[in-house]
Design a binder for this molecule. Structure first.
Ligand code: FCB
Length: 466
C-alpha cells in the first residue's frame, strides 16, 4: 500500500482524546456486499424483490453480484487485517440461514462460520448484526414488521445464529437502524418493501423493538459466557431553526420520531408521552401488549450509534403557515448552510458531539460504540485505481474529533467503526454512491484502498502505540 497520510495536529489531538482500548473497525452489511443471492439455498429477501420494482433503485441496480464478498471473503478479511482494523461488523443474511423464512439451512450458516473463523485467525474481533434490513420475502407476504408475529420469527432466527456463533462471537447487535426499516420501508416507500402506510410503519417500530427485546432476552439466557448484546440506532441532533414556538415544536417532533421513540422504550421502558399524544392526534396507537415494554427494555451492554448528518427544523411552511394540507403541524428541514456529501447530506460534526453528549446525559450508564460513520463522495480513481479522497478523509477527521470532544464532555464511547469497508450497494442509490474506504472496480471486482483507508490505518496504529 502507498505512503501513509501525514499526521496533522488535528490528528494528534483526536488521538490524544480517544481512550486506551478504543476499538477501530469497519462495517458492512450482507445484502450490500455478498452477492451470490442464489448460493447454497438462499432465497429472496424483501430487497431482492424491491430491486425488481421498476424505478425503485437507481439504474435498476440489484445486489445479485454486489462485491462478490461471498466468494472473495478470505481476501476481504485479509484486507481488513492489512488496514490494521481490530473489529469487523458484518450482518447475517436471514434467508441464507432460513430460506423462505423457515427451518434451518446449515449450508447458508456455514458461510458465517467460515467468516468468523477467518476473522479470528487474523486477530480481528467479529461483531455480528442479526438484521440489516433483509427480511425474508415470505415473512413480508405474511404482513412483515407491522405484524406482531414477525417479532417472534426474528427471535427464533436470532437464536439459530446465536447457537452457531456465540462460542466465538463476543458482540451482538440485534437490529440495524429500526427507524429505517420502519419509516423508509413502510411509511415513505423509499426502501423495501416499499409500502406507504404511516400507521403500519408505527406498528413496525413496535414490532422491531419487540423483536429486539425477545431476541435479547433469549440470547442472554443462552449465553455461554459474558456476551455483549445491543442494538444500533441512527440518530441525529434536531436543531430548531429559531426560538419561535413552531420551530421548537418541529424540532421536538423530529427528535421524538427519530430518536426518543426508540431510546425511551429501550432504556426507560416507556414510549415518550409527547410522541404518543402526537400519534393519537392522527388516530395512531402503538400496538403495545402487556409485558412488551419490559421485554423491549431488557438490559443491553452496548448502544450502537450510526451517525451521518444532523438537520435544522422549522415549523413553518414556505408560505408561512404552520399546518400542512392534511391539517398536521409542519415539520420541515431547512439547510444549516454547510458543505454537502454526494448524498446531499450536510456535514455537521458538532451535531455528532451534541447527540453523543445528550444520549449520555438522558440515557446514562450505557456504553456506546459508533457502529457506522462515513461519507459518500464522487470519487475519481487514477490509472492504478487509487482514489485520493480528501473529502472523505476530512470527514473522518472532523467526526473522530467530534467523538473525542463528546468523550471529553463525559460520554462513554468505546469504539469507532467506519462505514464502509468497501464501496457497495447503497440501497435505493444502487452502486452510484460510494461509501467505501476501499474502492471497488465493479467490472473487475478489484479492491484498492483509498487515501482515507490509509489514513484510518495510520490513526489506529498511532493511537495503539501512543
Ligand atoms: C446507513 C445504513 C448503511 C448504509 C449507510 C450509508 O443508514 O445502515 O447500510 O446504507 O447508511
Amino acid at each position: 500500500m502507498t505512503t501513509p497520510a501525514p499526521t496533522t495536529s488535528a490528528d494528534a489531538a483526536l488521538i490524544a482524546g480517544l481512550p486506551t482500548g478504543f476499538r477501530w473497525g469497519v462495517a458492512t452489511s450482507a445484502y450490500q456486499i455478498e452477492g451470490a443471492v442464489d448460493a447454497d439455498g438462499r432465497t429472496p429477501s424483501i430487497w431482492d424483490t424491491f430491486c425488481r420494482v421498476p424505478g425503485a433503485v437507481h439504474d435498476g441496480d440489484t445486489g445479485d453480484v454486489a462485491c462478490e464478498h461471498y466468494t472473495r471473503m478470505p481476501s476481504d478479511v485479509a484486507l481488513i487485517k492489512d488496514l490494521g482494523m481490530d473489529t469487523y461488523r458484518f450482518s447475517v443474511s436471514w434467508t441464507r440461514v432460513q430460506p423462505n423464512g423457515r427451518g434451518f439451512n446449515p449450508a447458508g450458516m456455514a458461510f458465517y462460520d467460515r467468516l468468523v473463523d477467518e476473522l479470528l485467525a487474523q486477530g480481528i474481533d467479529p461483531w455480528v448484526t442479526l438484521y440489516h434490513w433483509d427480511l425474508p420475502q415470505e415473512l413480508e407476504d405474511a404482513g412483515g414488521w407491522p405484524v406482531r408475529d414477525t417479532a417472534y420469527r426474528f427471535a427464533d432466527y436470532s437464536m439459530l445464529v446465536f447457537d452457531a456463533l456465540s462460542d466465538r462471537v463476543d458482540t451482538w447487535t440485534t437490529l440495524n437502524e429500526p427507524w429505517c426499516s420502519a419509516m423508509l420501508g413502510y411509511a415513505y416507500g423509499a426502501h423495501a418493501p416499499g409500502r406507504q402506510d404511516y400507521p403500519a410503519a408505527v406498528s413496525a417500530v413496535h414490532h422491531l423493538l419487540l423483536g429486539h427485546g425477545l431476541a435479547t432476552e433469549r440470547m442472554r439466557e443462552a449465553a455461554p459466557r459474558k456476551i455483549d448484546i445491543g442494538i444500533t440506532l441512527n440518530a441525529a441532533t434536531a436543531y430548531p431553526a429559531s426560538d419561535a414556538a413552531p420551530d421548537l415544536d418541529a424540532a421536538r417532533r423530529a427528535d421524538g420520531m427519530g430518536a426518543r421513540l426508540y431510546l425511551d422504550p429501550l432504556v426507560h421502558g416507556r414510549y415518550p408521552a409527547d410522541v404518543i399524544a402526537d400519534l393519537a392526534a392522527q388516530d395512531i396507537v402503538i400496538p403495545v401488549q402487556d409485558g412488551d415494554l419490559a421485554t423491549i427494555s431488557a438490559p443491553i451492554d452496548v448502544l450502537g450509534i450510526n451517525y451521518y448528518f444532523s438537520q435544522k427544523f422549522t415549523g413553518y411552511a414556505e408560505d408561512g403557515s404552520t399546518v400542512d394540507a392534511a391539517g398536521l403541524p409542519v415539520v420541515r428541514s431547512i439547510p444549516l448552510g454547510r458543505d454537502r456529501t454526494a448524498m446531499d447530506w450536510e456535514i455537521v460534526p458538532e451535531g455528532f458531539t451534541d447527540l453523543l453528549v445528550r444520549i449520555s446525559k438522558d440515557y446514562p450508564g450505557l456504553p456506546m460504540v459508533i457502529t457506522e460513520n462515513g461519507a459518500a463522495f464522487d470519487d475519481v480513481a487514477d490509472a492504478s485505481g487509487f482514489v485520493a479522497d480528501e473529502g472523505r478523509t476530512a470527514y473522518f477527521t472532523s467526526h473522530l474529533a467530534a467523538v473525542a470532544s463528546a468523550i471529553e464532555q463525559g460520554a462513554d464511547i468505546r469504539g469507532y467503526l467506519a462505514w464502509s469497508l468497501l464501496d457497495n450497494f447503497e440501497w435505493a442509490y444502487g452502486y452510484e454512491k460510494r461509501f467505501g474506504i476501499v474502492r471497488v472496480d465493479y467490472d473487475t471486482q478489484e479492491r484498492t484502498p483509498k487515501q482515507s483507508a490509509l489514513y484510518l490505518r495510520d490513526l489506529a496504529e498511532q493511537h495503539r502505540n501512543r
